[in-house]
Design a protein around this ligand. Structure first.
Ligand code: FE2
Length: 325
């Protein structure tokens, strides 16, 4: 398995890619605990995280006129929210400031989506037809309102055991509990249900004692199964916590961002076909008239046909491996 240009069943190809990238131990942990922290030297070996952080600070400044102050965190302390709907609720924002649709904001974000490590793990969880649901960032200073435990699979319990969605979050500053790290309940993905209100409490006397912090230096990538219970600890230290969640979904799931027909051709042209599929150009659902359906289905089918060609798919559905190795 794993010889260049060999043809493999997609399930075997996903595993061969994991072996090529030496991610087996991380996949074992992901299966066992429902989440895994991949260290910077594997997740961002060429300094991608530094470029993402700078690009995010630029986006924040462009959209609001305020450049986040990473050092003091004064720009975001006890932040109430500008766009997120927290401005009218008591307390501060549990997530800090929230910027969405980053895929349109430059090459670093395209690179983040095409990161082979991110693709290997999200493909393992959601298949070769996985799409980007959203690419966003949380910029969080010291805060007081906890981010309650939840799953990212937005459906009534029981949840399907296989991941319908998954999350790959870049840590762009150091994550510790004191720094307001993401919280996880290890193994909770196996329960296939949402936490109850009581189980979802983070921190304090009544907090869920099974919740642990996902700690790791800037440049780590945290990947989790869509059923895993997670939230966040409050940030107690000065400065800012910056993260970039890349939420991925199976193609029949309603995505947060609607990207079909919205990605500029220039961006599509400079990326592999898989980028087109990842940004939903192969999703035929979402039409609102018969004519639109005809047009959209044809475009989506062409996109998938081109992708299958890029995958080197043969008549039995096997694909060439490695794809981009
Ligand atoms: Fe979430």
């Amino acid at each position: 398995m794993g010889e260049p240009s060999s043809l493999l069943d997609p399930f075997d190809a996903a595993w061969a890619e994991i072996r090529r990238l030496k991610l087996e131990e991380y996949v074992a942990e992901l299966d066992h605990r429902g989440f895994v922290v991949i260290p910077p030297e594997i997740a961002c070996p060429d300094g991608l995280h530094g470029r993402l952080l700078e690009s995010i600070l630029d986006v924040a400044e462009k959209r609001t006129g305020i450049r986040p102050d990473l050092e003091t965190g004064k720009t975001h302390e006890f932040y109430k929210g500008r766009f997120e709907g927290y401005a009218d609720t008591p307390g501060d924002s549990p997530i800090g400031e929230y910027f969405q649709t980053l895929i349109f904001e430059g090459r670093a974000f395209e690179e983040a989506l095409m990161n082979p490590v991110l693709l290997a793990l999200t493909t393992y969880l959601c298949g070769y037809s996985v799409v980007l649901s959203s690419m966003s960032t949380f910029i969080k200073g010291r805060n007081e309102s906890p981010f309650a435990l939840h799953t990212d699979t937005l459906m009534p319990s029981p949840l399907a055991p296989q991941a319908l969605v998954c999350n790959a979050t870049y840590l762009l500053t150091d994550f510790t509990e004191e720094n307001g790290a993401t919280a996880f309940v290890p193994g909770s993905h196996k329960l296939c249900r949402e936490p109850s209100v009581r189980e979802s409490v983070i921190g304090g006397e009544n907090g869920n004692s099974d919740a642990v912090a996902a700690e790791g230096p800037a440049g780590s990538l945290v990947v989790w199964h869509g059923n895993t219970w997670h939230g966040a600890f409050n940030r107690k230290a000065p400065g800012l916590r910056v993260s970039m969640p890349v939420l991925m979904a199976r193609p029949f799931v309603r995505t947060e961002e609607n990207l079909f027909g919205k990605i500029p051709q220039e961006i599509l042209d400079r990326n592999p076909m898989r980028f087109k599929v990842l940004t939903q150009q192969g999703v035929s659902y979402g039409f609102s008239s018969q004519d639109e359906s005809t047009e959209r289905v044809a475009k989506a089918n062409q996109c998938m046909t081109d992708y299958f060609k890029e995958l080197g798919m043969d008549s039995s559905g096997r694909i060439a491996f490695p794809l981009y190795g």
